[in-house]
Design a protein around this ligand. Structure first.
Ligand code: ATP
Ligand code: MG
Length: 435
Protein backbone atom coordinates (compact mmCIF):
# COMPACT_ATOMS: atom_id res chain seq x y z
CA UNK A 1 0.00 0.00 0.00
CA UNK A 2 1.54 3.32 -0.93
CA UNK A 3 -1.18 5.32 0.89
CA UNK A 4 -2.05 4.95 4.56
CA UNK A 5 -5.53 5.41 6.01
CA UNK A 6 -5.08 9.16 6.38
CA UNK A 7 -4.40 9.46 2.67
CA UNK A 8 -0.71 10.07 3.28
CA UNK A 9 1.69 8.72 0.71
CA UNK A 10 4.05 6.25 2.36
CA UNK A 11 7.13 4.36 1.19
CA UNK A 12 7.01 1.02 -0.60
CA UNK A 13 6.74 -2.26 1.28
CA UNK A 14 10.11 -3.88 1.83
CA UNK A 15 12.00 -0.69 0.96
CA UNK A 16 13.50 1.07 3.95
CA UNK A 17 14.46 4.64 4.76
CA UNK A 18 17.76 4.99 6.57
CA UNK A 19 17.09 7.74 9.12
CA UNK A 20 19.72 10.10 10.54
CA UNK A 21 19.76 8.08 13.77
CA UNK A 22 20.99 5.04 11.81
CA UNK A 23 23.05 6.72 9.10
CA UNK A 24 26.22 6.61 11.19
CA UNK A 25 25.95 2.80 11.35
CA UNK A 26 25.93 2.63 7.57
CA UNK A 27 28.86 5.05 7.39
CA UNK A 28 30.76 2.90 9.88
CA UNK A 29 30.17 -0.23 7.77
CA UNK A 30 31.06 1.63 4.58
CA UNK A 31 34.30 2.88 6.14
CA UNK A 32 35.20 -0.68 7.18
CA UNK A 33 34.50 -1.83 3.61
CA UNK A 34 36.71 0.89 2.17
CA UNK A 35 39.53 -0.14 4.49
CA UNK A 36 39.05 -3.78 3.53
CA UNK A 37 39.15 -3.35 -0.24
CA UNK A 38 42.18 -1.08 0.05
CA UNK A 39 43.97 -3.70 2.15
CA UNK A 40 43.59 -6.22 -0.70
CA UNK A 41 44.10 -3.91 -3.69
CA UNK A 42 40.55 -4.02 -5.08
CA UNK A 43 39.29 -1.11 -7.18
CA UNK A 44 35.73 0.15 -7.39
CA UNK A 45 33.33 -0.27 -10.28
CA UNK A 46 30.00 1.58 -10.42
CA UNK A 47 27.33 0.38 -12.83
CA UNK A 48 23.77 1.64 -13.43
CA UNK A 49 20.92 0.32 -11.34
CA UNK A 50 18.87 -0.34 -14.47
CA UNK A 51 19.92 -2.89 -17.10
CA UNK A 52 18.36 -4.82 -19.95
CA UNK A 53 16.30 -7.72 -18.64
CA UNK A 54 18.19 -10.04 -21.00
CA UNK A 55 21.42 -9.46 -19.04
CA UNK A 56 20.02 -11.04 -15.88
CA UNK A 57 18.26 -13.84 -17.74
CA UNK A 58 21.57 -14.79 -19.30
CA UNK A 59 23.83 -13.92 -16.39
CA UNK A 60 21.83 -15.41 -13.52
CA UNK A 61 19.97 -18.15 -15.37
CA UNK A 62 16.34 -18.53 -16.50
CA UNK A 63 15.46 -21.24 -13.98
CA UNK A 64 16.63 -19.48 -10.83
CA UNK A 65 14.38 -18.05 -8.11
CA UNK A 66 15.64 -14.55 -8.89
CA UNK A 67 14.82 -14.61 -12.61
CA UNK A 68 11.66 -16.69 -12.29
CA UNK A 69 9.93 -14.66 -9.62
CA UNK A 70 11.93 -11.92 -7.93
CA UNK A 71 12.84 -9.37 -10.58
CA UNK A 72 11.37 -5.88 -10.92
CA UNK A 73 11.01 -5.80 -14.69
CA UNK A 74 9.05 -3.43 -16.88
CA UNK A 75 8.83 -2.12 -20.37
CA UNK A 76 10.28 1.32 -21.05
CA UNK A 77 7.17 3.12 -22.27
CA UNK A 78 9.23 5.40 -24.50
CA UNK A 79 11.00 2.80 -26.60
CA UNK A 80 9.62 -0.59 -25.60
CA UNK A 81 12.91 -1.92 -24.17
CA UNK A 82 12.60 -4.61 -21.48
CA UNK A 83 14.38 -3.31 -18.37
CA UNK A 84 15.09 -4.68 -14.89
CA UNK A 85 16.21 -3.10 -11.62
CA UNK A 86 19.36 -5.04 -10.80
CA UNK A 87 18.70 -7.93 -8.39
CA UNK A 88 22.46 -8.49 -7.83
CA UNK A 89 25.70 -6.95 -9.00
CA UNK A 90 27.77 -9.63 -10.68
CA UNK A 91 26.01 -9.67 -14.07
CA UNK A 92 26.28 -5.90 -14.47
CA UNK A 93 29.92 -5.79 -13.34
CA UNK A 94 30.83 -8.51 -15.82
CA UNK A 95 28.85 -6.75 -18.57
CA UNK A 96 30.77 -3.53 -17.94
CA UNK A 97 34.10 -5.37 -17.86
CA UNK A 98 33.36 -6.97 -21.24
CA UNK A 99 31.97 -3.75 -22.74
CA UNK A 100 35.05 -1.73 -21.77
CA UNK A 101 37.49 -4.56 -22.42
CA UNK A 102 38.91 -4.20 -18.90
CA UNK A 103 40.70 -7.56 -18.99
CA UNK A 104 42.86 -6.58 -21.98
CA UNK A 105 45.90 -5.96 -19.79
CA UNK A 106 45.36 -8.73 -17.30
CA UNK A 107 43.02 -9.78 -14.48
CA UNK A 108 41.10 -7.30 -12.34
CA UNK A 109 40.08 -7.20 -8.68
CA UNK A 110 36.85 -5.21 -8.36
CA UNK A 111 34.31 -4.19 -5.72
CA UNK A 112 31.03 -2.32 -5.53
CA UNK A 113 28.25 -1.51 -3.10
CA UNK A 114 24.72 -0.38 -3.74
CA UNK A 115 21.02 -1.13 -3.70
CA UNK A 116 19.64 -4.34 -5.23
CA UNK A 117 15.97 -5.12 -5.86
CA UNK A 118 14.10 -8.38 -5.43
CA UNK A 119 10.35 -8.86 -5.19
CA UNK A 120 10.33 -11.12 -2.13
CA UNK A 121 8.06 -11.39 0.89
CA UNK A 122 9.51 -8.78 3.25
CA UNK A 123 10.59 -10.03 6.68
CA UNK A 124 13.50 -9.54 9.04
CA UNK A 125 16.69 -9.60 6.95
CA UNK A 126 14.77 -9.89 3.69
CA UNK A 127 13.77 -6.71 1.90
CA UNK A 128 12.73 -5.65 -1.58
CA UNK A 129 15.43 -3.03 -1.75
CA UNK A 130 18.56 -4.13 0.06
CA UNK A 131 22.25 -3.35 -0.24
CA UNK A 132 25.17 -5.54 -1.12
CA UNK A 133 28.91 -5.30 -1.05
CA UNK A 134 30.15 -7.29 -4.01
CA UNK A 135 33.67 -8.52 -4.73
CA UNK A 136 34.64 -9.79 -8.18
CA UNK A 137 38.07 -11.16 -9.04
CA UNK A 138 38.09 -11.57 -12.81
CA UNK A 139 40.70 -13.39 -14.87
CA UNK A 140 42.29 -15.42 -12.07
CA UNK A 141 42.02 -19.22 -12.35
CA UNK A 142 43.90 -20.49 -9.30
CA UNK A 143 42.70 -21.53 -5.84
CA UNK A 144 44.80 -18.73 -4.31
CA UNK A 145 42.23 -16.13 -5.33
CA UNK A 146 39.35 -18.28 -4.00
CA UNK A 147 41.16 -18.33 -0.66
CA UNK A 148 41.90 -14.59 -0.85
CA UNK A 149 38.29 -13.56 -1.32
CA UNK A 150 37.23 -15.81 1.56
CA UNK A 151 39.94 -14.32 3.80
CA UNK A 152 38.55 -10.89 2.96
CA UNK A 153 35.22 -11.86 4.51
CA UNK A 154 36.90 -13.13 7.67
CA UNK A 155 38.87 -9.90 7.94
CA UNK A 156 35.71 -7.83 7.57
CA UNK A 157 33.99 -9.75 10.41
CA UNK A 158 37.10 -9.23 12.54
CA UNK A 159 37.33 -5.52 11.68
CA UNK A 160 33.67 -5.04 12.60
CA UNK A 161 34.07 -7.01 15.83
CA UNK A 162 31.62 -9.71 14.76
CA UNK A 163 31.96 -13.21 16.16
CA UNK A 164 30.36 -16.57 15.43
CA UNK A 165 30.07 -16.16 11.65
CA UNK A 166 30.75 -19.64 10.30
CA UNK A 167 32.18 -20.55 6.91
CA UNK A 168 30.59 -23.37 4.92
CA UNK A 169 32.48 -24.62 1.90
CA UNK A 170 31.84 -26.95 -1.00
CA UNK A 171 33.05 -27.70 -4.49
CA UNK A 172 30.62 -28.02 -7.38
CA UNK A 173 33.33 -29.36 -9.70
CA UNK A 174 32.84 -28.82 -13.42
CA UNK A 175 29.73 -29.25 -15.56
CA UNK A 176 30.75 -32.71 -16.85
CA UNK A 177 31.35 -33.93 -13.29
CA UNK A 178 27.98 -32.61 -12.15
CA UNK A 179 26.39 -34.33 -15.14
CA UNK A 180 27.93 -37.70 -14.23
CA UNK A 181 26.76 -37.23 -10.63
CA UNK A 182 23.26 -36.37 -11.78
CA UNK A 183 23.08 -39.53 -13.89
CA UNK A 184 24.23 -41.61 -10.94
CA UNK A 185 21.62 -39.92 -8.76
CA UNK A 186 18.81 -40.68 -11.20
CA UNK A 187 19.94 -44.32 -11.49
CA UNK A 188 20.15 -44.62 -7.69
CA UNK A 189 16.68 -43.17 -7.10
CA UNK A 190 15.22 -45.28 -9.93
CA UNK A 191 16.54 -48.35 -8.17
CA UNK A 192 14.68 -47.21 -5.05
CA UNK A 193 11.65 -45.77 -6.80
CA UNK A 194 9.20 -47.64 -4.56
CA UNK A 195 10.57 -45.74 -1.55
CA UNK A 196 10.15 -42.26 -3.12
CA UNK A 197 7.17 -40.05 -2.26
CA UNK A 198 5.00 -38.51 -4.96
CA UNK A 199 6.92 -35.23 -5.01
CA UNK A 200 10.26 -36.95 -5.44
CA UNK A 201 8.92 -39.26 -8.16
CA UNK A 202 7.94 -36.17 -10.08
CA UNK A 203 11.35 -34.60 -9.59
CA UNK A 204 13.24 -37.72 -10.54
CA UNK A 205 13.62 -36.63 -14.15
CA UNK A 206 13.03 -32.89 -13.98
CA UNK A 207 15.34 -31.94 -11.13
CA UNK A 208 16.75 -34.93 -9.22
CA UNK A 209 19.04 -32.70 -7.13
CA UNK A 210 15.94 -31.23 -5.49
CA UNK A 211 15.11 -34.65 -4.01
CA UNK A 212 18.16 -34.14 -1.82
CA UNK A 213 16.38 -31.14 -0.24
CA UNK A 214 13.30 -33.15 0.69
CA UNK A 215 11.74 -32.40 4.06
CA UNK A 216 10.17 -35.89 4.22
CA UNK A 217 11.76 -37.74 7.20
CA UNK A 218 10.89 -41.10 5.64
CA UNK A 219 13.42 -40.38 2.87
CA UNK A 220 16.23 -39.40 5.22
CA UNK A 221 18.40 -42.54 5.00
CA UNK A 222 17.73 -42.95 1.30
CA UNK A 223 18.94 -39.40 0.69
CA UNK A 224 21.93 -39.79 3.01
CA UNK A 225 23.15 -42.83 1.11
CA UNK A 226 22.67 -41.23 -2.31
CA UNK A 227 25.76 -40.68 -4.50
CA UNK A 228 27.70 -37.56 -3.49
CA UNK A 229 29.06 -35.05 -5.96
CA UNK A 230 32.46 -35.04 -4.27
CA UNK A 231 32.93 -38.67 -5.38
CA UNK A 232 32.50 -37.61 -9.00
CA UNK A 233 35.08 -34.82 -8.98
CA UNK A 234 38.14 -35.44 -11.14
CA UNK A 235 41.75 -34.97 -10.00
CA UNK A 236 41.91 -31.33 -11.11
CA UNK A 237 38.76 -30.27 -9.31
CA UNK A 238 39.81 -32.11 -6.18
CA UNK A 239 43.27 -30.53 -6.23
CA UNK A 240 41.70 -27.06 -6.56
CA UNK A 241 39.36 -27.75 -3.65
CA UNK A 242 42.16 -29.09 -1.48
CA UNK A 243 44.41 -26.13 -2.24
CA UNK A 244 41.68 -23.71 -1.16
CA UNK A 245 41.22 -25.64 2.07
CA UNK A 246 44.91 -25.74 2.89
CA UNK A 247 45.30 -21.99 2.30
CA UNK A 248 42.37 -21.36 4.64
CA UNK A 249 43.91 -23.64 7.27
CA UNK A 250 47.28 -21.88 6.94
CA UNK A 251 45.45 -18.63 7.73
CA UNK A 252 43.52 -20.09 10.65
CA UNK A 253 40.12 -19.69 9.07
CA UNK A 254 37.95 -22.56 10.26
CA UNK A 255 35.34 -24.00 7.87
CA UNK A 256 32.88 -26.82 7.55
CA UNK A 257 32.46 -28.74 4.33
CA UNK A 258 28.79 -28.79 3.44
CA UNK A 259 28.15 -31.22 0.57
CA UNK A 260 24.64 -29.81 0.20
CA UNK A 261 25.78 -26.24 -0.44
CA UNK A 262 24.86 -25.41 -4.04
CA UNK A 263 24.04 -21.64 -4.19
CA UNK A 264 21.04 -20.23 -6.04
CA UNK A 265 22.65 -19.08 -9.26
CA UNK A 266 23.24 -21.23 -12.33
CA UNK A 267 26.76 -20.29 -13.18
CA UNK A 268 28.86 -21.51 -10.26
CA UNK A 269 31.65 -24.10 -10.60
CA UNK A 270 34.37 -25.43 -8.27
CA UNK A 271 34.46 -23.47 -4.99
CA UNK A 272 31.21 -22.26 -3.42
CA UNK A 273 30.87 -20.87 0.09
CA UNK A 274 28.52 -19.15 2.49
CA UNK A 275 29.04 -17.29 5.75
CA UNK A 276 26.25 -18.04 8.20
CA UNK A 277 25.21 -17.03 11.69
CA UNK A 278 22.65 -18.55 14.07
CA UNK A 279 21.72 -15.11 15.41
CA UNK A 280 19.49 -13.82 12.62
CA UNK A 281 16.79 -16.47 12.49
CA UNK A 282 15.86 -17.77 9.07
CA UNK A 283 17.91 -15.12 7.24
CA UNK A 284 21.22 -16.37 8.63
CA UNK A 285 23.33 -16.22 5.48
CA UNK A 286 25.17 -12.93 5.49
CA UNK A 287 27.44 -13.50 2.50
CA UNK A 288 27.91 -16.05 -0.21
CA UNK A 289 29.86 -16.61 -3.37
CA UNK A 290 32.32 -18.77 -5.19
CA UNK A 291 33.80 -19.39 -8.59
CA UNK A 292 31.84 -18.84 -11.79
CA UNK A 293 34.29 -19.48 -14.60
CA UNK A 294 31.60 -19.95 -17.30
CA UNK A 295 29.92 -16.59 -16.68
CA UNK A 296 32.04 -14.16 -18.70
CA UNK A 297 31.65 -16.23 -21.86
CA UNK A 298 27.96 -16.74 -21.07
CA UNK A 299 27.45 -12.96 -21.09
CA UNK A 300 29.30 -12.65 -24.40
CA UNK A 301 32.91 -12.01 -23.43
CA UNK A 302 36.07 -13.94 -24.24
CA UNK A 303 36.21 -16.88 -21.84
CA UNK A 304 38.04 -15.95 -18.62
CA UNK A 305 37.89 -17.36 -15.10
CA UNK A 306 36.06 -15.45 -12.38
CA UNK A 307 35.05 -15.62 -8.76
CA UNK A 308 33.51 -13.39 -6.14
CA UNK A 309 30.98 -12.97 -3.38
CA UNK A 310 28.20 -10.72 -2.24
CA UNK A 311 27.35 -9.67 1.28
CA UNK A 312 24.00 -8.38 2.51
CA UNK A 313 24.70 -5.09 4.27
CA UNK A 314 21.35 -5.00 6.15
CA UNK A 315 22.00 -8.47 7.56
CA UNK A 316 25.49 -7.47 8.68
CA UNK A 317 24.11 -4.34 10.35
CA UNK A 318 21.45 -6.41 12.10
CA UNK A 319 24.12 -8.80 13.34
CA UNK A 320 26.18 -5.83 14.58
CA UNK A 321 23.12 -4.65 16.54
CA UNK A 322 22.52 -8.16 17.84
CA UNK A 323 26.13 -8.44 19.05
CA UNK A 324 26.22 -4.79 20.18
CA UNK A 325 29.35 -3.94 18.27
CA UNK A 326 28.10 -0.51 17.26
CA UNK A 327 30.15 2.64 16.77
CA UNK A 328 29.59 5.58 19.09
CA UNK A 329 27.39 8.38 17.85
CA UNK A 330 29.72 11.08 16.60
CA UNK A 331 29.36 14.75 17.52
CA UNK A 332 27.66 16.75 14.78
CA UNK A 333 30.29 19.47 14.99
CA UNK A 334 33.40 20.81 16.75
CA UNK A 335 32.07 24.28 17.43
CA UNK A 336 28.53 25.58 18.04
CA UNK A 337 28.02 29.30 17.44
CA UNK A 338 25.50 31.31 19.50
CA UNK A 339 24.36 34.83 18.61
CA UNK A 340 21.55 37.36 19.11
CA UNK A 341 20.54 38.10 15.54
CA UNK A 342 21.12 41.36 13.62
CA UNK A 343 24.78 42.44 13.54
CA UNK A 344 25.77 39.61 15.88
CA UNK A 345 24.39 37.11 13.33
CA UNK A 346 26.52 38.67 10.61
CA UNK A 347 29.66 38.35 12.72
CA UNK A 348 28.65 34.83 13.78
CA UNK A 349 28.21 33.71 10.19
CA UNK A 350 31.47 35.26 9.04
CA UNK A 351 33.29 33.65 11.99
CA UNK A 352 31.72 30.25 11.24
CA UNK A 353 32.84 30.43 7.62
CA UNK A 354 36.40 31.35 8.66
CA UNK A 355 36.52 28.31 10.95
CA UNK A 356 35.12 26.01 8.25
CA UNK A 357 37.78 27.26 5.84
CA UNK A 358 40.46 25.69 8.03
CA UNK A 359 38.56 22.40 8.33
CA UNK A 360 36.65 22.93 11.57
CA UNK A 361 33.05 21.63 11.66
CA UNK A 362 30.67 24.34 12.78
CA UNK A 363 26.95 24.56 13.48
CA UNK A 364 25.55 28.06 13.52
CA UNK A 365 22.51 28.41 15.75
CA UNK A 366 19.36 28.95 13.77
CA UNK A 367 15.97 29.19 15.47
CA UNK A 368 12.98 27.46 13.86
CA UNK A 369 11.00 30.72 13.94
CA UNK A 370 13.88 32.82 12.65
CA UNK A 371 14.00 34.80 15.93
CA UNK A 372 17.11 34.86 18.12
CA UNK A 373 16.46 32.68 21.17
CA UNK A 374 17.86 33.29 24.65
CA UNK A 375 21.49 32.27 25.16
CA UNK A 376 20.26 29.78 27.74
CA UNK A 377 18.16 27.83 25.27
CA UNK A 378 20.86 28.11 22.59
CA UNK A 379 23.39 26.71 25.08
CA UNK A 380 21.16 23.63 25.54
CA UNK A 381 21.31 23.02 21.80
CA UNK A 382 25.08 23.53 21.88
CA UNK A 383 25.40 20.87 24.61
CA UNK A 384 23.22 18.42 22.69
CA UNK A 385 25.22 18.89 19.50
CA UNK A 386 28.24 17.19 21.05
CA UNK A 387 30.43 20.17 20.10
CA UNK A 388 33.64 20.69 22.08
CA UNK A 389 33.44 24.46 22.07
CA UNK A 390 30.72 27.10 22.05
CA UNK A 391 31.31 30.49 20.50
CA UNK A 392 29.12 33.24 21.98
CA UNK A 393 28.56 36.52 20.19
CA UNK A 394 26.25 39.12 21.76
CA UNK A 395 26.05 42.90 21.40
CA UNK A 396 28.61 43.42 24.23
CA UNK A 397 31.14 41.17 22.48
CA UNK A 398 30.50 42.96 19.21
CA UNK A 399 31.17 46.35 20.85
CA UNK A 400 34.54 45.09 22.15
CA UNK A 401 35.51 43.20 18.99
CA UNK A 402 35.74 39.91 20.86
CA UNK A 403 33.90 36.60 21.04
CA UNK A 404 33.38 34.43 24.12
CA UNK A 405 34.74 30.90 23.91
CA UNK A 406 33.32 28.24 26.23
CA UNK A 407 34.69 24.75 26.74
CA UNK A 408 31.69 22.37 26.70
CA UNK A 409 33.67 19.32 27.80
CA UNK A 410 35.19 20.65 31.01
CA UNK A 411 34.46 23.15 33.76
CA UNK A 412 36.57 26.12 32.74
CA UNK A 413 35.97 29.84 32.75
CA UNK A 414 34.68 31.41 29.57
CA UNK A 415 37.39 33.38 27.75
CA UNK A 416 37.10 36.52 25.66
CA UNK A 417 39.12 36.32 22.44
CA UNK A 418 39.90 39.04 20.00
CA UNK A 419 38.02 38.37 16.76
CA UNK A 420 41.17 38.35 14.65
CA UNK A 421 42.70 35.70 16.95
CA UNK A 422 39.65 33.47 16.71
CA UNK A 423 40.85 30.83 14.22
CA UNK A 424 44.24 30.34 15.91
CA UNK A 425 42.76 30.06 19.39
CA UNK A 426 39.99 27.65 18.37
CA UNK A 427 42.53 25.38 16.65
CA UNK A 428 44.71 25.45 19.77
CA UNK A 429 41.79 24.64 22.09
CA UNK A 430 40.54 21.79 19.86
CA UNK A 431 44.01 20.27 19.66
CA UNK A 432 44.49 20.39 23.41
CA UNK A 433 41.02 18.88 23.97
CA UNK A 434 41.98 16.01 21.65
CA UNK A 435 45.09 15.18 23.67
P1 ATP B 1 18.70 -16.13 0.50
O1 ATP B 1 18.94 -17.60 0.44
O2 ATP B 1 18.70 -15.57 1.88
O3 ATP B 1 17.51 -15.71 -0.33
P2 ATP B 1 20.37 -15.59 -1.75
O4 ATP B 1 21.05 -16.87 -2.03
O5 ATP B 1 19.19 -15.20 -2.57
O6 ATP B 1 19.99 -15.49 -0.19
P3 ATP B 1 22.54 -14.06 -2.81
O7 ATP B 1 21.88 -13.84 -4.11
O8 ATP B 1 23.66 -14.99 -2.72
O9 ATP B 1 21.43 -14.43 -1.73
O10 ATP B 1 22.96 -12.63 -2.21
C1 ATP B 1 24.07 -12.48 -1.33
C2 ATP B 1 23.64 -11.93 0.01
O11 ATP B 1 22.76 -10.83 -0.15
C3 ATP B 1 22.86 -12.90 0.87
O12 ATP B 1 23.72 -13.76 1.54
C4 ATP B 1 22.15 -11.96 1.82
O13 ATP B 1 23.02 -11.55 2.86
C5 ATP B 1 21.85 -10.78 0.95
N1 ATP B 1 20.46 -10.81 0.46
C6 ATP B 1 19.94 -11.55 -0.56
N2 ATP B 1 18.64 -11.28 -0.71
C7 ATP B 1 18.32 -10.35 0.22
C8 ATP B 1 17.12 -9.64 0.55
N3 ATP B 1 15.99 -9.81 -0.11
N4 ATP B 1 17.16 -8.76 1.60
C9 ATP B 1 18.30 -8.54 2.28
N5 ATP B 1 19.46 -9.16 1.99
C10 ATP B 1 19.48 -10.06 0.97
MG1 MG C 1 17.16 -15.34 -2.31
Amino acid sequence: MSQDKNNKIVGLRGMNDVLPTDAHLWQHLEAAIEGLVRAYGYTQIRTPILEQTALFKRGIGEVTDIVEKEMYSFEDSLNGEQLTLRPEGTAAAVRAVIEHNLLYDGPKRLWYTGPMFRHERPQRGRYRQFHQLGIEALGFAGPDIDAEIILMCQRLWDDLGLVGVRLELNSLGQAAERHAHRQALVAYFENHKDQLDEDSQRRLHTNPLRILDTKNPALKTLVEDAPKLIDYLGAESLAHFEAVQSLLKANNVPFKINHRLVRGLDYYNLTVFEWVTDQLGAQGTIAGGGRYDPLIEQIGGKSAPACGWAMGMERVLELMKEQQVLPEVEATCDVYVLHQGGETLTTAMVSAERLRSVGIDVVLHCAPDGQAASFKSQMKKADNSGAALALIIGPDELAQNVVQLKNLRAQAPQEAIAIDQLVDVVIERLVSLDE
